[in-house]
Design a protein around this ligand. Structure first.
Ligand SMILES: [Zn+2]
Length: 448
């Protein structure tokens, strides 16, 4: 089940209000349900846990606060959405699930109360400055594969933009290289880069998302091979890496298969009214060395199967033009490659929001000032929202855009929505590369 966005007014968990499922004080968050709202007009609460997974809709668990919660969905970003059972019943009084959960008139008996998950303490990512040190070594040791460079050229990226943003290729895993003698790469082995980083970082790679220790105790790099796009913070530190993965296909056991084999299996399953277990991989993912240990999960323990590894978290990317960029107004879009190309053509700062629903990263309350408040202090007055052109018929994107506009209005920023003809390109980058001109739909002017 895929829940695009649920509820309004996001609020991060914090020390005084930790996540009742994983007990962490960051990354998980709360919202208020809006569809349907609370019948008594109160706020209500939905909890998005970013760490506990493996629950299906309707399954119940006990939170560390002692309340019983029901899983009401899973987001495409990997969060599990929970709601207190009593609240769920109040909001959905006449549904089958409410009845199963013991709603009015039914004997509460068949609800399975499971023991709470135990979450092993996770390694936290290092500071932005330290991550920048580690990832700078990574991008200095890896080169961009000529084939990948051609692909970027086809997408409209110039060599200047590639060099300015330090885009390189992540070779296939070392084991793949040893087993496939035909595979050739311009790049060193992953473990050689991993070890170089470990030495430079004082002997440890803990806290660097993407790095982990292999069975021989050597530092190496996790993830599928592909194009590595650095993600920069406001100050120009590389705080994360995104991998643009080549299209590839896997069978239900994770073995490589051809596109034809995948399509055949998909068609066969469809004919039987089913879905294939074969998967098509592609697009973008975070470079991270975190994956839930499946065996431990069976015992309701959440732990990382990568030794010394960690998650990368969700980051905003700030992309500049190789030329001069003005801070007075900035663009917001979704996708790093898009942001890099647009920053160059528009000669502006373009912020990459990792998934339209992640716009809360721009302004969410936390212990440190939000990126938007920092930009405001540095002279930013207006924000141009430039999500993909299909937003007009994509409810989730439109809803996310409205949420962002509300938050920006509250902060007093001037706001414009970038509009363009979808026929000339769905994404901001395609459209600009095709020589299009943006039409600005002004929402409000700056009030500070
Ligand atoms: Zn949580």
């Amino acid at each position: 089940m895929n829940v695009p966005v649920f509820g309004t007014r996001f609020k991060s968990v914090n020390r005084s209000c930790p996540c009742p499922f994983c007990d962490h004080t960051d990354w998980c968050f709360f919202t208020h349900p809006d569809d349907p709202p609370m019948p008594d007009g109160s706020d209500g609460v939905l909890i998005y846990c970013q760490r506990v997974s493996g629950l299906k809709f309707g399954e119940t668990i006990t939170g560390s606060d002692g309340d019983t919660y029901v899983c009401v969905g899973n987001t495409s970003g990997g969060a599990t959405v929970f709601e207190a059972v009593s609240q769920y019943i109040a909001r959905h009084p006449n549904t089958k699930t409410a009845k199963e959960l013991g709603g009015t008139g039914y004997v509460r008996g068949d609800v399975i109360k499971q023991k709470p998950f135990t979450v092993e303490k996770e390694i936290q990512p290092l500071s932005s400055e330290q991550l920048n040190r580690a990832y700078s070594i990574m991008v200095s040791m890896f080169k961009l594969d000529p084939e990948d460079r051609e692909k970027l050229h086809r997408d409209g990226m110039t060599d200047d933009v590639i060099a300015f943003n330090q885009i390189v290729s992540l070779p296939e895993p070392d084991a793949y290289r040893f087993n496939n003698k035909k595979y050739k790469s311009v790049n060193p082995l992953r473990k050689d880069v991993g070890e170089k980083i470990r030495k430079a970082m004082g002997g440890s790679i803990e806290g660097i998302p993407g790095l982990y220790y292999n069975s021989a105790g050597k530092a190496t790099i996790a993830g599928l091979g592909g194009i590595l796009y650095p993600q920069y913070d406001l100050y120009g530190n590389i705080v994360a890496m995104r991998i643009g993965v080549k299209r590839r296909w896997k069978d239900d056991k994770g073995n490589d298969i051809t596109k034809e084999e995948y399509e055949h299996a998909a068609a066969e399953a469809k004919a039987q009214g089913m879905r294939t277990n074969y998967v098509q991989l592609g697009k973008y993912m975070n470079l991270a060395s975190y994956a839930e240990d499946r065996d431990a999960l069976q015992k309701r323990i959440v732990k990382n199967r990568y030794l010394g590894g960690c998650r990368s978290g969700n980051h905003l990317g700030f992309y500049k033009s190789p030329g001069k960029a003005d801070l007075e107004f900035i663009y917001i879009t979704e996708g790093e490659k898009k942001a890099m190309i647009a920053a160059d053509i528009l000669n502006s700062i373009v912020v990459d929001v990792p998934g339209v629903n992640s716009h809360t990263l721009l302004y969410l309350d936390s212990d440190t000032p939000s990126p938007l408040s920092i930009l405001k202090d540095h002279g930013t007055r207006a924000i141009i929202v430039a999500y993909d052109a299909d937003k007009n018929h994509n409810e989730a994107v439109l809803k996310a855009q409205n949420g962002l506009v509300d938050a920006l209005s509250e902060m007093g920023f001037g706001i414009a929505i970038a509009e363009w003809d979808e026929a000339k390109g769905k994404g901001l980058d395609d459209f600009l590369v095709n020589g299009g001109t943006i039409e600005y739909h002004f929402v409000r002017s700056c009030s500070f």
